[in-house]
Design a protein around this ligand. Structure first.
Ligand SMILES: NC(=O)c1ccc[n+]([C@@H]2O[C@H](COP(=O)([O-])OP(=O)(O)OC[C@H]3O[C@@H](n4cnc5c(N)ncnc54)[C@H](O)[C@@H]3O)[C@@H](O)[C@H]2O)c1
Length: 269
């Protein structure tokens, strides 16, 4: 049974590889036996976790430039991955943008939020995911198999609680962008779409929706957030790795079009 959770020598692609969650997915895939193509914007700085992991993994992790909003850039990355590593069997559509509370820029009241910010989030999180799926998923469909995991969010299902942020100073209350959850809800449905269209070619497509992941949040936020989670805390890296390997590997061979919520029960009440 346990062999079904292995990805021995398969090529796995992770977009947005250099940020906070990218190294978590990469470590899980490496542990399961895969080799990893790490895609990110040209010049994107590697997080400490990414740099340490890439160094440790040697040639089992290779970095490729890719802007997921640019089809030409995605095709160039796909050609580079295939030439250097072989045909990918796993794609983790992880690249995405959000506006964390500490991000630079003036805060806005909801009725004044600039529409350009909304469009940018949809462009990266939805259109970007769509295009990367077209390019890499199209190759998987032609090759007769693969597993695509789109990274969603708990905010695909519920609205952010503004109370989590009401202790933060600023010229206006911090509000998490309405485009973020809307874009992630779109990702869940996009996964269902591709799942049904490519099921006949052996390509499975699922969404993994994490809850809030520990990493630099202030103590008040963590306390407020944790009190809203049935399991009582934010997610850590090891909470996310098993679910990813499950969806990537043959362990989930009869699972497609599914949203796997890894949120400690946040959306259960
Ligand atoms: N961190 C969390 O608590 C959390 C919770 C739920 C879901 N998520 C989702 O997980 C994913 C990763 O989040 P994170 O916290 O690691 O974010 P992050 O900002 O730390 O990393 C995102 C990465 O994506 C890259 N990126 C941005 N635009 C890109 C583009 N156009 N083309 C290619 N790469 C691009 C960035 O350079 C960065 O390396 C996102 O989709 C996010 O919405 C995160």
């Amino acid at each position: 049974m346990s062999h079904t959770f292995h990805l021995d020598n398969q090529v796995a692609v992770v977009t947005g590889a250099c940020g906070k969650l990218g190294p978590i997915w990469i470590e899980a895939l490496l542990d399961a036996g895969a080799r990893v193509a790490a895609l990110d914007l040209s010049g994107a700085p590697g997080s400490g976790a990414y740099d340490a992991l890439a160094k440790r993994a040697g040639d089992r992790v290779r970095r490729f430039d890719c802007d997921i909003t640019d089809r030409v850039s995605i095709e160039a990355a796909a050609n580079g991955v295939v030439a250097a590593m072989g045909e990918p069997a796993v794609l983790v559509n992880n690249a995405g943008v959000d506006q964390p509370p500490d991000s630079a820029g003036t805060r806005h009241h909801l009725q004044d939020l600039p529409v350009d910010q909304f469009r940018r989030m949809v462009d990266v999180n939805v259109v970007g995911t769509f295009q990367v799926t077209q390019v890499f998923g199209g190759r998987m469909a032609a090759a007769g198999g693969g597993s695509i995991i789109n990274i969603g969010s708990l905010y695909a299902s519920v609205s952010p609680d503004a109370h989590f942020y009401d202790h933060l100073p600023g010229n206006a209350p911090f509000i998490k962008s309405p485009a973020y959850g809307a874009s992630k809800a779109a990702v869940v449905n996009l996964s269902r779409y591709f799942a049904t269209h490519w099921a006949g070619q052996g390509v499975r497509v699922n969404t993994l929706s994490p809850g809030g992941v520990l990493g630099g949040q202030d103590d008040q936020f963590k306390a407020k957030y944790g009190s809203r989670v049935p399991l009582g805390r934010m997610a850590g890296p090891s909470d996310l790795m098993g679910p990813l390997v499950f969806l990537a590997s043959a362990a989930s061979s009869y699972v497609t079009g599914h949203e796997l919520r890894v949120d400690g029960g946040f959306t259960a009440w």
